[in-house]
Design a protein around this ligand. Structure first.
Ligand code: GLN
Length: 306
């Protein structure tokens, strides 16, 4: 069982590792962040909240946003068409921003690598990037049960100014006929969705919605079809930590999605969501202290999937 004392101990354990990682430096605004921050929050499917450390410090959601955009694209296009024509559901074993498989395979391997997420972003309905972003913002606020979530303008500008690798992926996808529509509009939306500010409490709630078969534990509103919540948890387990997904399944054993802002959201079916925040990243772009907290919790709670 998860208790306040256990959460406290997990944070203490996680803190031993923050000096070993570094904050993402390929996005200049993220390089400036204090890498020793660490926070954790758990939200149960009944709506109880436990938190420790820097659980209310805002950070940019980055790739955790790919969960929300995927759900929107499934709504707009239907799961069958999206996974058949646009993006696969297989892990790559490559870094999140890898370009290497685009030439040999028609579709990106999965919706969580950047190539897949940019493709998914292009499938979301909206006349322009602004309209798409407004829909995304409204939805992420519901998923996180926080109507104050907003864009971090400086991180957005920083990513937009330096995101040439993502630009390369997007233009390649356009040339292959996978990405439709205006490439720069699509990228603008992608950079924006990655740059909204959230806290560990927010992303714990997002994990709890997925754990609770798509229903918000607080408002009881059904936000995701149960079958889609299940599919997304499966994708989180196999692809959510990029080329660290296999190791994470062995050492932690929870479906999870990371972001280079330092967040990880975890979803334990029918039990809880957990959000961790620690901007010191490992070489794969996953929060180092965050992973250590989750390793500790998974061992002590004895509730890994395996
Ligand atoms: N916005 C980041 C990027 O596109 C997201 C990557 C991540 O969080 N892993 O590079």
């Amino acid at each position: 069982m998860l208790t306040q004392a256990l959460l406290h101990d997990s944070l203490k354990y996680g803190k031993c590792f923050t000096s070993l990682g570094k904050s993402a430096d390929y996005i200049p605004e993220l390089a400036r962040i204090n890498k020793h921050r660490l926070g954790v929050c758990a939200v149960s499917c009944q709506g109880e909240i436990l938190e420790e450390g820097d659980s209310r410090i805002p950070f940019t959601i980055q790739s955790i946003s790919k969960l929300a955009s995927l759900i929107l694209a499934i709504r707009d296009l239907g799961a069958e068409s999206l996974f058949q024509d646009k993006v696969g559901v297989e892990p790559t074993g490559d870094p999140f921003n890898s370009i290497i498989k685009l030439e040999t395979k028609t579709r990106p391997f999965n919706p969580f690598i950047n190539a897949g997420a940019i493709t998914v972003a292009s499938c979301i309905q909206g006349a322009n990037s602004n309209e798409k972003f407004q829909r995304f913002l409204e939805f992420i606020r519901k998923l996180c049960h926080n109507c104050d979530i907003t864009l971090n303008e400086s991180v957005y500008q920083s990513e937009k100014a330096t995101g040439d690798r993502n630009r390369a992926l997007a233009y390649y996808l356009k040339a292959s006929g996978i990405l439709e529509g205006d490439v720069e509009e699509c990228l603008d939306f992608y950079f924006k969705m990655c740059s909204v500010n959230v806290t560990a409490v927010d992303i714990a709630c997002l994990g709890a919605v997925l754990a609770n078969e798509g229903t918000c534990p607080f408002t009881k509103e059904k936000l995701i079809e149960p079958a889609n919540a299940k599919a997304i948890r499966a994708l989180m387990l196999t692809c959510g930590m990029y080329d660290g997904s296999g190791t994470f399944a062995m050492t932690v054993g929870f479906p999870a999605k990371s972001g280079v802002g330092g967040g990880i959201t975890v979803s334990i079916a029918k039990q809880m969501g957990i959000g961790v925040y620690g901007p010191a990243l490992d070489e794969r772009g996953n929060s180092l202290g965050g992973i250590k907290i989750l390793e500790y919790l998974s061992e002590k709670m004895e509730c890994t999937l395996f």
